[in-house]
Write a protein that binds this ligand. Structure first.
Ligand code: BTN
Length: 231
């Protein structure tokens, strides 16, 4: 049984775990109904009003660098399977977004401390559940409520997620089968490359004829790759 620490309001569930991880057990989950300083990747703000799901998982035991992408795969696939229970077909927009029909429904923020053997991994997940209006972002964001045309109990979504996550293996094969980027042609260093794979480190394996290169996602312009999503 995972321990769940619940808040009505908090600055950020990731921040809470960052400051409290020493006193908390491996695997515990922190959930808040809203966040005043929700954070996304690249120091972006994650607007966190009541109605959606905001939570973080603490992983302390046996974490090393490989755990990072293992967790990313596990969480991404768990979100896909959770959404499938609402008949929502989602895909992974590598590295950290989950999309439905090109609109973002969830984002993942993984933070770690340490180098080789890590002190912790904190996996933060923001999932749009009941939000029906995203204002100027209406053509870029969606929610379970919009897709399934029903109001959903946020806590049940969390508990269902945990059930799925606890069984999820997060294999590379399944992650790649559900990734939007695999099989695309992209521009890298002025050349055209075919995205063959995302490996166990989260690196992209690019092919150009018999030439194979491995590229970290932060070495490449994702904006460019996902051009069609930004129009
Ligand atoms: C992204 O798409 O940029 C990642 C968004 C991650 C948001 C979640 S909400 C719960 C947890 N606490 C935070 O402050 N951020 C993550």
């Amino acid at each position: 049984m995972r321990k769940i620490i619940a808040f009505k309001s908090i600055s950020s569930t990731n921040n809470y775990l960052k400051s409290e991880y020493k006193n908390l057990e491996d695997g515990c989950v922190v959930w808040s109904e809203e966040q005043s300083q929700g954070r996304g990747r690249l120091n972006r703000t994650w607007v966190s009003e009541v109605g959606n799901l905001y939570f973080s998982i603490l992983i302390k035991d046996n974490v090393n660098h490989d755990s990072f992408y293992g967790e990313l795969r596990k969480v991404s696939l768990s979100i896909l399977k959770l959404l499938a229970t609402y008949n929502i077909k989602a895909q992974i927009k590598y590295p950290n977004d989950i999309l439905v029909d090109k609109k973002k429904i969830a984002g993942i923020l993984i933070e770690s401390k340490g180098f080789d053997q890590l002190e912790y991994l904190i996996v933060g997940i923001g999932l749009n559940v009941n939000q029906s209006d995203f204002g100027t972002l209406n053509d870029k964001a969606t929610s379970i409520g919009i897709c399934s045309k029903q109001e959903v109990d946020v806590k049940s979504v969390l508990l269902d997620f945990i059930d799925i996550y606890d069984k999820e293996e997060g294999t590379i094969e399944e992650y790649n089968r559900n990734s939007l980027i695999i099989g695309k042609w992209i521009t890298y260093n002025n050349g055209q490359y075919f995205v063959k794979d995302i490996d166990h480190n989260g690196d992209m394996v690019l092919e150009q004829g018999s030439n194979v290169v491995r590229v970290k996602f932060n070495e490449i312009s994702l904006e460019e790759i996902y051009d069609e999503f930004n129009n």
